[in-house]
Design a protein around this ligand. Structure first.
Ligand code: GLU
Length: 504
Protein backbone atom coordinates (compact mmCIF):
# COMPACT_ATOMS: atom_id res chain seq x y z
CA UNK A 1 0.00 0.00 0.00
CA UNK A 2 1.22 3.46 -0.80
CA UNK A 3 1.39 6.02 1.86
CA UNK A 4 1.44 9.57 0.62
CA UNK A 5 3.26 12.08 2.68
CA UNK A 6 3.86 15.70 2.18
CA UNK A 7 7.09 17.45 2.75
CA UNK A 8 7.97 21.08 2.75
CA UNK A 9 10.89 22.38 0.80
CA UNK A 10 12.52 25.59 1.90
CA UNK A 11 13.84 28.15 -0.55
CA UNK A 12 17.41 29.28 -0.62
CA UNK A 13 17.77 27.99 2.93
CA UNK A 14 16.60 24.45 2.74
CA UNK A 15 14.98 22.71 5.64
CA UNK A 16 15.43 19.01 6.05
CA UNK A 17 12.20 17.31 5.22
CA UNK A 18 10.86 14.98 7.84
CA UNK A 19 10.00 11.94 5.86
CA UNK A 20 8.63 8.81 7.36
CA UNK A 21 6.86 6.89 4.66
CA UNK A 22 6.20 3.21 4.74
CA UNK A 23 4.60 0.71 2.42
CA UNK A 24 5.65 -0.96 -0.75
CA UNK A 25 5.71 0.77 -4.04
CA UNK A 26 4.44 -0.81 -7.17
CA UNK A 27 5.56 1.80 -9.67
CA UNK A 28 7.34 0.30 -12.64
CA UNK A 29 10.84 1.55 -13.27
CA UNK A 30 10.96 3.97 -16.21
CA UNK A 31 13.87 1.97 -17.61
CA UNK A 32 11.55 -1.01 -17.98
CA UNK A 33 10.02 0.47 -21.13
CA UNK A 34 13.29 1.34 -22.85
CA UNK A 35 14.71 -1.99 -21.82
CA UNK A 36 17.86 -1.01 -20.06
CA UNK A 37 18.44 0.06 -16.52
CA UNK A 38 21.09 2.75 -16.14
CA UNK A 39 22.27 3.81 -12.69
CA UNK A 40 24.99 6.15 -11.63
CA UNK A 41 27.12 6.84 -8.62
CA UNK A 42 27.95 10.54 -8.41
CA UNK A 43 30.40 11.26 -5.61
CA UNK A 44 31.81 14.67 -4.84
CA UNK A 45 35.49 14.11 -4.07
CA UNK A 46 36.20 14.96 -0.45
CA UNK A 47 39.47 13.13 0.11
CA UNK A 48 38.13 9.66 0.73
CA UNK A 49 35.32 7.31 -0.19
CA UNK A 50 32.83 7.75 2.64
CA UNK A 51 31.29 4.53 3.92
CA UNK A 52 27.85 5.97 3.18
CA UNK A 53 28.99 6.76 -0.36
CA UNK A 54 30.45 3.29 -0.73
CA UNK A 55 27.09 1.78 0.20
CA UNK A 56 25.28 4.06 -2.27
CA UNK A 57 27.79 3.00 -4.92
CA UNK A 58 27.14 -0.66 -4.11
CA UNK A 59 23.37 -0.33 -4.30
CA UNK A 60 23.64 1.39 -7.70
CA UNK A 61 26.06 -1.20 -8.94
CA UNK A 62 24.01 -4.12 -7.63
CA UNK A 63 20.76 -2.78 -9.07
CA UNK A 64 22.35 -2.30 -12.50
CA UNK A 65 24.09 -5.68 -12.46
CA UNK A 66 20.92 -7.43 -11.24
CA UNK A 67 18.97 -6.00 -14.18
CA UNK A 68 21.77 -6.52 -16.70
CA UNK A 69 21.97 -2.76 -17.12
CA UNK A 70 24.70 -0.20 -16.90
CA UNK A 71 26.35 1.26 -13.80
CA UNK A 72 27.95 4.62 -14.53
CA UNK A 73 30.31 6.74 -12.52
CA UNK A 74 30.27 10.51 -12.45
CA UNK A 75 32.75 12.53 -10.48
CA UNK A 76 31.08 15.73 -9.28
CA UNK A 77 34.26 17.75 -9.23
CA UNK A 78 32.97 21.27 -9.72
CA UNK A 79 34.36 22.39 -6.36
CA UNK A 80 37.91 22.79 -7.59
CA UNK A 81 39.38 23.44 -4.16
CA UNK A 82 38.30 20.04 -2.84
CA UNK A 83 38.46 18.00 -6.02
CA UNK A 84 42.19 17.32 -6.06
CA UNK A 85 43.63 14.44 -8.11
CA UNK A 86 44.36 12.69 -4.78
CA UNK A 87 40.74 13.02 -3.66
CA UNK A 88 39.54 11.61 -6.99
CA UNK A 89 42.07 8.77 -6.84
CA UNK A 90 40.89 7.90 -3.33
CA UNK A 91 37.38 7.36 -4.71
CA UNK A 92 38.59 5.22 -7.60
CA UNK A 93 40.79 3.18 -5.27
CA UNK A 94 38.00 2.65 -2.74
CA UNK A 95 35.53 1.52 -5.41
CA UNK A 96 38.10 -0.72 -6.99
CA UNK A 97 38.90 -2.31 -3.64
CA UNK A 98 35.22 -3.08 -3.12
CA UNK A 99 35.14 -4.79 -6.50
CA UNK A 100 32.77 -2.27 -8.07
CA UNK A 101 33.44 -1.79 -11.76
CA UNK A 102 31.74 0.79 -13.94
CA UNK A 103 30.55 0.87 -17.50
CA UNK A 104 31.70 3.48 -19.99
CA UNK A 105 34.30 6.11 -19.14
CA UNK A 106 33.72 8.03 -15.91
CA UNK A 107 32.15 11.43 -16.47
CA UNK A 108 33.82 14.47 -14.91
CA UNK A 109 31.17 17.05 -14.21
CA UNK A 110 33.59 19.98 -14.40
CA UNK A 111 34.27 19.20 -18.05
CA UNK A 112 30.63 19.66 -19.00
CA UNK A 113 29.98 23.26 -17.96
CA UNK A 114 29.35 24.41 -21.54
CA UNK A 115 26.68 21.75 -22.01
CA UNK A 116 25.03 22.71 -18.71
CA UNK A 117 24.95 26.37 -19.77
CA UNK A 118 23.51 25.36 -23.13
CA UNK A 119 20.51 23.79 -21.42
CA UNK A 120 19.98 26.90 -19.30
CA UNK A 121 19.92 28.97 -22.48
CA UNK A 122 17.44 26.61 -24.10
CA UNK A 123 15.16 27.10 -21.12
CA UNK A 124 15.59 30.87 -21.36
CA UNK A 125 14.59 30.79 -25.02
CA UNK A 126 11.60 28.60 -24.27
CA UNK A 127 10.45 31.00 -21.55
CA UNK A 128 10.95 28.37 -18.87
CA UNK A 129 13.78 30.22 -17.23
CA UNK A 130 14.40 33.92 -16.84
CA UNK A 131 17.09 36.43 -16.08
CA UNK A 132 17.08 37.81 -12.59
CA UNK A 133 18.87 41.10 -12.04
CA UNK A 134 18.31 41.32 -8.29
CA UNK A 135 21.43 42.57 -6.55
CA UNK A 136 22.99 40.88 -3.54
CA UNK A 137 21.77 43.77 -1.34
CA UNK A 138 18.21 43.42 -2.62
CA UNK A 139 18.23 39.69 -1.93
CA UNK A 140 19.62 40.26 1.53
CA UNK A 141 16.86 42.80 2.26
CA UNK A 142 14.29 40.31 0.94
CA UNK A 143 15.59 37.61 3.28
CA UNK A 144 15.69 39.96 6.23
CA UNK A 145 12.06 40.80 5.66
CA UNK A 146 11.10 37.12 5.33
CA UNK A 147 12.97 36.38 8.53
CA UNK A 148 11.22 39.16 10.34
CA UNK A 149 7.76 38.14 9.11
CA UNK A 150 8.60 34.47 9.72
CA UNK A 151 7.86 33.67 6.08
CA UNK A 152 9.53 30.78 4.26
CA UNK A 153 12.95 31.89 3.13
CA UNK A 154 12.97 31.77 -0.62
CA UNK A 155 13.39 33.90 -3.67
CA UNK A 156 10.17 35.80 -4.20
CA UNK A 157 10.11 35.69 -8.01
CA UNK A 158 10.57 39.44 -8.41
CA UNK A 159 12.05 39.11 -11.92
CA UNK A 160 9.88 36.21 -13.01
CA UNK A 161 7.48 38.31 -15.03
CA UNK A 162 9.50 41.44 -15.52
CA UNK A 163 10.92 42.45 -18.85
CA UNK A 164 14.72 42.22 -18.86
CA UNK A 165 14.77 45.63 -20.58
CA UNK A 166 13.78 47.07 -17.21
CA UNK A 167 17.21 46.16 -15.87
CA UNK A 168 20.02 48.73 -15.92
CA UNK A 169 22.20 48.30 -18.96
CA UNK A 170 24.93 45.68 -18.63
CA UNK A 171 23.71 44.75 -15.16
CA UNK A 172 24.83 41.27 -14.07
CA UNK A 173 22.14 38.65 -13.87
CA UNK A 174 21.60 35.06 -12.91
CA UNK A 175 19.33 32.64 -14.77
CA UNK A 176 16.53 31.17 -12.69
CA UNK A 177 14.18 28.30 -13.40
CA UNK A 178 10.51 29.17 -13.68
CA UNK A 179 9.35 26.57 -11.21
CA UNK A 180 5.69 25.56 -11.18
CA UNK A 181 3.63 27.70 -8.82
CA UNK A 182 0.59 25.59 -8.17
CA UNK A 183 -0.39 21.98 -7.87
CA UNK A 184 1.35 19.09 -6.26
CA UNK A 185 4.35 17.09 -7.25
CA UNK A 186 4.69 13.45 -6.26
CA UNK A 187 7.70 11.25 -6.40
CA UNK A 188 6.99 7.53 -6.27
CA UNK A 189 10.15 6.84 -4.39
CA UNK A 190 11.14 3.18 -4.45
CA UNK A 191 12.31 3.29 -0.86
CA UNK A 192 10.41 6.12 0.82
CA UNK A 193 7.05 5.43 -0.81
CA UNK A 194 5.02 8.24 -2.39
CA UNK A 195 6.33 11.61 -1.35
CA UNK A 196 4.34 14.70 -2.29
CA UNK A 197 5.11 18.40 -2.10
CA UNK A 198 3.03 21.43 -2.78
CA UNK A 199 4.79 23.07 -5.72
CA UNK A 200 4.36 26.45 -4.09
CA UNK A 201 7.18 25.25 -1.92
CA UNK A 202 9.54 25.15 -4.89
CA UNK A 203 11.49 28.31 -5.53
CA UNK A 204 12.83 29.70 -8.76
CA UNK A 205 16.31 28.54 -8.06
CA UNK A 206 19.44 29.66 -9.88
CA UNK A 207 20.62 27.65 -12.89
CA UNK A 208 23.44 29.89 -14.06
CA UNK A 209 25.40 32.21 -11.82
CA UNK A 210 26.17 35.78 -12.87
CA UNK A 211 29.56 34.65 -14.19
CA UNK A 212 27.76 32.17 -16.45
CA UNK A 213 28.80 29.07 -14.50
CA UNK A 214 26.20 26.35 -13.92
CA UNK A 215 24.89 25.54 -10.45
CA UNK A 216 25.09 22.07 -8.97
CA UNK A 217 21.34 21.51 -9.43
CA UNK A 218 21.51 22.23 -13.16
CA UNK A 219 24.65 20.15 -13.65
CA UNK A 220 23.17 17.07 -11.94
CA UNK A 221 19.98 17.11 -13.98
CA UNK A 222 21.71 17.65 -17.32
CA UNK A 223 24.31 15.00 -16.61
CA UNK A 224 21.75 12.44 -15.47
CA UNK A 225 19.75 13.06 -18.62
CA UNK A 226 22.71 12.97 -21.00
CA UNK A 227 24.03 9.81 -19.37
CA UNK A 228 20.62 8.18 -19.87
CA UNK A 229 20.19 7.48 -16.17
CA UNK A 230 16.92 5.65 -15.51
CA UNK A 231 17.27 5.10 -11.76
CA UNK A 232 18.65 7.54 -9.25
CA UNK A 233 19.65 5.74 -6.08
CA UNK A 234 21.24 8.01 -3.48
CA UNK A 235 21.13 9.15 0.13
CA UNK A 236 17.86 10.57 1.42
CA UNK A 237 19.63 13.84 2.17
CA UNK A 238 18.97 14.48 -1.53
CA UNK A 239 15.22 13.94 -1.38
CA UNK A 240 14.51 17.69 -1.22
CA UNK A 241 16.71 18.20 -4.24
CA UNK A 242 14.74 15.60 -6.17
CA UNK A 243 11.68 17.85 -6.38
CA UNK A 244 13.67 20.83 -7.54
CA UNK A 245 15.45 18.62 -10.06
CA UNK A 246 12.17 17.17 -11.24
CA UNK A 247 10.84 20.68 -11.94
CA UNK A 248 13.79 21.18 -14.26
CA UNK A 249 13.36 17.78 -15.90
CA UNK A 250 9.71 18.60 -16.57
CA UNK A 251 10.63 22.01 -17.97
CA UNK A 252 12.91 20.25 -20.45
CA UNK A 253 10.30 17.58 -21.19
CA UNK A 254 12.84 14.91 -20.40
CA UNK A 255 11.88 11.43 -19.18
CA UNK A 256 11.59 11.28 -15.43
CA UNK A 257 13.96 8.88 -13.69
CA UNK A 258 12.87 6.50 -10.96
CA UNK A 259 14.05 7.67 -7.56
CA UNK A 260 15.18 5.63 -4.60
CA UNK A 261 16.38 7.66 -1.63
CA UNK A 262 18.09 5.44 0.87
CA UNK A 263 18.23 6.30 4.57
CA UNK A 264 21.57 7.53 5.79
CA UNK A 265 23.88 5.48 7.96
CA UNK A 266 23.88 6.35 11.64
CA UNK A 267 26.36 5.58 14.37
CA UNK A 268 25.61 2.87 16.92
CA UNK A 269 24.16 5.53 19.24
CA UNK A 270 21.55 6.40 16.61
CA UNK A 271 23.03 9.80 15.73
CA UNK A 272 24.03 10.65 12.17
CA UNK A 273 27.40 9.09 11.42
CA UNK A 274 30.23 11.46 12.17
CA UNK A 275 33.91 11.41 13.01
CA UNK A 276 33.30 10.76 16.65
CA UNK A 277 31.86 7.35 15.71
CA UNK A 278 35.19 6.34 14.19
CA UNK A 279 36.64 6.32 10.71
CA UNK A 280 34.39 7.52 7.91
CA UNK A 281 36.55 6.63 4.94
CA UNK A 282 36.59 3.16 3.45
CA UNK A 283 40.39 3.26 3.20
CA UNK A 284 40.76 3.41 6.99
CA UNK A 285 39.00 0.04 7.25
CA UNK A 286 41.16 -1.34 4.46
CA UNK A 287 44.53 0.07 5.61
CA UNK A 288 44.37 0.74 9.33
CA UNK A 289 41.91 -1.89 10.46
CA UNK A 290 42.87 -4.74 8.17
CA UNK A 291 39.39 -5.44 6.84
CA UNK A 292 39.18 -7.50 3.65
CA UNK A 293 37.15 -6.41 0.67
CA UNK A 294 34.58 -9.21 0.75
CA UNK A 295 33.78 -8.54 4.41
CA UNK A 296 33.40 -4.82 3.86
CA UNK A 297 31.15 -5.48 0.87
CA UNK A 298 28.98 -7.88 2.84
CA UNK A 299 28.78 -5.62 5.87
CA UNK A 300 27.82 -2.51 3.89
CA UNK A 301 25.31 -4.51 1.89
CA UNK A 302 23.53 -5.69 5.01
CA UNK A 303 23.58 -2.16 6.37
CA UNK A 304 20.30 -1.03 4.96
CA UNK A 305 19.41 -3.99 2.77
CA UNK A 306 18.33 -7.40 3.89
CA UNK A 307 17.34 -10.77 2.59
CA UNK A 308 15.51 -12.53 5.39
CA UNK A 309 17.86 -12.91 8.29
CA UNK A 310 20.86 -13.92 6.19
CA UNK A 311 24.02 -12.29 7.42
CA UNK A 312 26.56 -13.70 5.00
CA UNK A 313 25.94 -12.92 1.37
CA UNK A 314 28.59 -12.99 -1.34
CA UNK A 315 28.89 -10.51 -4.19
CA UNK A 316 27.51 -13.01 -6.68
CA UNK A 317 24.52 -13.82 -4.49
CA UNK A 318 23.96 -10.13 -3.85
CA UNK A 319 23.74 -9.45 -7.59
CA UNK A 320 21.19 -12.24 -7.89
CA UNK A 321 19.09 -11.19 -4.90
CA UNK A 322 19.29 -7.41 -4.87
CA UNK A 323 16.10 -5.39 -5.11
CA UNK A 324 15.12 -1.93 -3.94
CA UNK A 325 12.07 -3.41 -2.23
CA UNK A 326 14.36 -4.88 0.41
CA UNK A 327 16.11 -1.64 1.24
CA UNK A 328 15.18 -0.62 4.78
CA UNK A 329 13.23 2.56 5.39
CA UNK A 330 14.89 3.58 8.59
CA UNK A 331 18.52 4.53 9.12
CA UNK A 332 20.82 1.64 9.84
CA UNK A 333 23.49 1.72 12.52
CA UNK A 334 27.12 1.26 11.72
CA UNK A 335 28.75 -1.06 14.21
CA UNK A 336 32.50 -1.46 13.75
CA UNK A 337 32.53 -4.48 16.09
CA UNK A 338 30.07 -6.37 13.91
CA UNK A 339 32.15 -5.52 10.86
CA UNK A 340 35.30 -6.87 12.49
CA UNK A 341 33.53 -10.05 13.57
CA UNK A 342 32.26 -10.60 10.05
CA UNK A 343 35.76 -9.91 8.83
CA UNK A 344 37.01 -12.76 11.03
CA UNK A 345 34.52 -15.10 9.37
CA UNK A 346 35.74 -14.04 5.94
CA UNK A 347 39.39 -14.52 6.93
CA UNK A 348 38.66 -18.10 7.93
CA UNK A 349 37.20 -18.86 4.52
CA UNK A 350 39.87 -17.14 2.49
CA UNK A 351 42.40 -18.93 0.37
CA UNK A 352 45.63 -19.17 2.40
CA UNK A 353 47.95 -18.00 -0.34
CA UNK A 354 45.80 -14.97 -1.06
CA UNK A 355 45.58 -14.22 2.63
CA UNK A 356 49.35 -14.52 3.10
CA UNK A 357 49.84 -12.03 0.27
CA UNK A 358 47.68 -9.52 2.17
CA UNK A 359 49.40 -10.19 5.47
CA UNK A 360 53.02 -10.12 4.21
CA UNK A 361 53.33 -6.32 3.81
CA UNK A 362 51.91 -5.89 7.30
CA UNK A 363 54.48 -8.28 8.77
CA UNK A 364 57.20 -6.39 6.89
CA UNK A 365 55.97 -3.13 8.40
CA UNK A 366 56.22 -4.64 11.89
CA UNK A 367 59.63 -6.29 11.54
CA UNK A 368 62.34 -5.11 9.16
CA UNK A 369 64.01 -8.53 9.27
CA UNK A 370 61.03 -10.07 7.46
CA UNK A 371 61.77 -10.81 3.85
CA UNK A 372 58.41 -11.04 2.04
CA UNK A 373 59.81 -13.07 -0.87
CA UNK A 374 61.43 -15.68 1.32
CA UNK A 375 58.76 -15.60 4.02
CA UNK A 376 55.57 -15.79 2.02
CA UNK A 377 55.58 -19.58 1.79
CA UNK A 378 55.84 -20.09 5.54
CA UNK A 379 53.27 -17.36 6.07
CA UNK A 380 50.88 -19.21 3.75
CA UNK A 381 51.44 -22.47 5.64
CA UNK A 382 50.76 -20.67 8.93
CA UNK A 383 47.45 -19.18 7.79
CA UNK A 384 45.23 -22.25 8.38
CA UNK A 385 45.99 -22.25 12.11
CA UNK A 386 46.46 -18.52 12.54
CA UNK A 387 43.21 -17.48 10.91
CA UNK A 388 41.18 -19.60 13.31
CA UNK A 389 41.35 -16.83 15.88
CA UNK A 390 42.19 -13.62 14.04
CA UNK A 391 39.58 -11.04 13.21
CA UNK A 392 41.64 -8.75 11.02
CA UNK A 393 44.82 -8.68 8.97
CA UNK A 394 46.73 -6.80 11.67
CA UNK A 395 46.09 -9.53 14.19
CA UNK A 396 47.31 -12.06 11.66
CA UNK A 397 50.47 -10.06 11.01
CA UNK A 398 51.16 -9.54 14.70
CA UNK A 399 50.52 -13.19 15.44
CA UNK A 400 52.81 -14.34 12.64
CA UNK A 401 55.86 -12.38 13.76
CA UNK A 402 57.27 -15.18 15.90
CA UNK A 403 57.81 -17.27 12.78
CA UNK A 404 60.34 -14.83 11.40
CA UNK A 405 62.23 -13.69 14.48
CA UNK A 406 65.99 -14.03 14.52
CA UNK A 407 67.61 -16.20 17.17
CA UNK A 408 68.17 -15.85 20.01
CA UNK A 409 64.62 -14.62 20.47
CA UNK A 410 63.83 -11.53 22.44
CA UNK A 411 61.32 -12.47 25.13
CA UNK A 412 58.40 -10.40 26.33
CA UNK A 413 57.79 -10.08 30.07
CA UNK A 414 55.29 -12.92 30.24
CA UNK A 415 57.60 -15.26 28.34
CA UNK A 416 60.43 -14.33 30.66
CA UNK A 417 58.37 -15.20 33.71
CA UNK A 418 57.46 -18.57 32.17
CA UNK A 419 61.13 -19.30 31.67
CA UNK A 420 62.01 -19.33 35.35
CA UNK A 421 63.97 -22.16 36.90
CA UNK A 422 61.05 -24.57 36.75
CA UNK A 423 60.28 -23.65 33.16
CA UNK A 424 63.84 -24.20 32.08
CA UNK A 425 64.03 -27.52 33.87
CA UNK A 426 60.91 -28.61 32.01
CA UNK A 427 62.51 -27.65 28.70
CA UNK A 428 65.66 -29.54 29.56
CA UNK A 429 63.69 -32.72 30.03
CA UNK A 430 61.53 -32.23 27.00
CA UNK A 431 64.24 -31.26 24.51
CA UNK A 432 65.65 -34.77 23.98
CA UNK A 433 62.14 -36.20 23.81
CA UNK A 434 61.18 -33.91 20.98
CA UNK A 435 64.48 -34.52 19.26
CA UNK A 436 63.54 -38.19 19.06
CA UNK A 437 60.16 -37.59 17.40
CA UNK A 438 59.92 -39.89 14.36
CA UNK A 439 58.51 -37.17 12.16
CA UNK A 440 58.14 -33.44 12.62
CA UNK A 441 54.40 -33.07 12.21
CA UNK A 442 51.98 -31.60 14.71
CA UNK A 443 50.26 -34.98 15.09
CA UNK A 444 53.45 -37.01 15.65
CA UNK A 445 54.80 -34.43 18.08
CA UNK A 446 51.58 -34.37 20.04
CA UNK A 447 51.56 -38.14 20.33
CA UNK A 448 55.16 -38.18 21.46
CA UNK A 449 54.74 -35.48 24.08
CA UNK A 450 51.45 -36.89 25.38
CA UNK A 451 53.07 -40.28 26.00
CA UNK A 452 55.95 -38.59 27.77
CA UNK A 453 53.70 -36.41 29.90
CA UNK A 454 51.62 -39.42 30.93
CA UNK A 455 54.72 -41.39 31.85
CA UNK A 456 55.87 -38.47 33.98
CA UNK A 457 52.46 -38.11 35.59
CA UNK A 458 52.00 -34.55 34.30
CA UNK A 459 49.44 -32.87 32.15
CA UNK A 460 50.45 -31.50 28.73
CA UNK A 461 50.01 -28.02 30.13
CA UNK A 462 53.19 -28.38 32.17
CA UNK A 463 55.16 -28.46 28.94
CA UNK A 464 53.12 -26.28 26.65
CA UNK A 465 53.71 -22.89 28.26
CA UNK A 466 57.51 -23.03 28.68
CA UNK A 467 57.73 -24.43 25.16
CA UNK A 468 55.59 -21.62 23.83
CA UNK A 469 57.74 -19.03 25.57
CA UNK A 470 60.97 -20.54 24.22
CA UNK A 471 59.62 -21.01 20.69
CA UNK A 472 57.80 -17.70 20.23
CA UNK A 473 59.13 -15.29 22.89
CA UNK A 474 55.49 -14.76 23.92
CA UNK A 475 52.90 -16.35 26.15
CA UNK A 476 50.30 -16.51 23.38
CA UNK A 477 50.50 -18.28 20.06
CA UNK A 478 48.67 -20.87 17.99
CA UNK A 479 48.60 -24.42 19.38
CA UNK A 480 52.08 -25.50 20.44
CA UNK A 481 52.28 -28.50 18.10
CA UNK A 482 51.33 -26.31 15.16
CA UNK A 483 54.04 -23.89 16.22
CA UNK A 484 56.59 -26.71 16.29
CA UNK A 485 55.57 -27.99 12.89
CA UNK A 486 55.62 -24.54 11.29
CA UNK A 487 59.04 -23.66 12.68
CA UNK A 488 60.44 -27.03 11.63
CA UNK A 489 62.73 -29.37 13.47
CA UNK A 490 65.99 -27.45 13.24
CA UNK A 491 64.62 -24.05 14.18
CA UNK A 492 62.43 -25.42 17.00
CA UNK A 493 65.21 -27.39 18.65
CA UNK A 494 67.62 -24.48 18.25
CA UNK A 495 65.17 -22.03 19.87
CA UNK A 496 64.65 -24.38 22.84
CA UNK A 497 68.36 -24.99 23.04
CA UNK A 498 69.03 -21.24 23.12
CA UNK A 499 67.05 -21.06 26.35
CA UNK A 500 68.34 -24.21 28.07
CA UNK A 501 71.94 -23.57 27.08
CA UNK A 502 72.01 -20.07 28.52
CA UNK A 503 70.66 -21.45 31.79
CA UNK A 504 73.12 -24.33 31.87
N1 GLU B 1 27.50 14.53 -5.46
C1 GLU B 1 26.47 14.28 -4.51
C2 GLU B 1 27.08 13.76 -3.22
O1 GLU B 1 28.21 13.31 -3.19
C3 GLU B 1 25.45 13.25 -4.99
C4 GLU B 1 24.54 13.81 -6.01
C5 GLU B 1 23.46 12.85 -6.44
O2 GLU B 1 23.59 11.62 -6.20
O3 GLU B 1 22.53 13.32 -7.07
O4 GLU B 1 26.41 13.81 -2.21
Amino acid sequence: MLEAIEIAIGGEFERKAQVSASGENSVLPAGASSGQVVTRFAPSPTGFLHIGGARTAMFNWLFARHHGGKALLRIEDTDKARSTPEAIDAIFAGLDWLGLDWDDTPVFQSERAARHAEVAHQLLEAGKAYKCFATAEELEAMRAEQREKKLPMRYDGRWRDRDPSEAPEDAPYVVRLKAPQSGKMTIADQVQGNVTVDTRELDDYVLLRSDGTPTYMLAVVVDDHDMGVTHIIRGDDHLNNAFRQLALIQAMNWPEPVYAHIPLIHGNDGAKLSKRHGALGVEAYRDDMGVVSDAMFNYLLRLGWGYGDREKISRTEAVELFSLANVGKSPSRFDAKKLINLNGQYLREMDDTALAALVAPRVAALMPEFDPTGGIDLLGRAMPVMKLRARDLNELAEGAQFLFKNRPLSMDEKAKSLLDETGIAVLQTVLPVLAEAPSWTAAALEEKLTQFAEAQGHGLGTYAQPLRAALTGQARSPGIFDVLELLGRGESLARINDVTRVAA
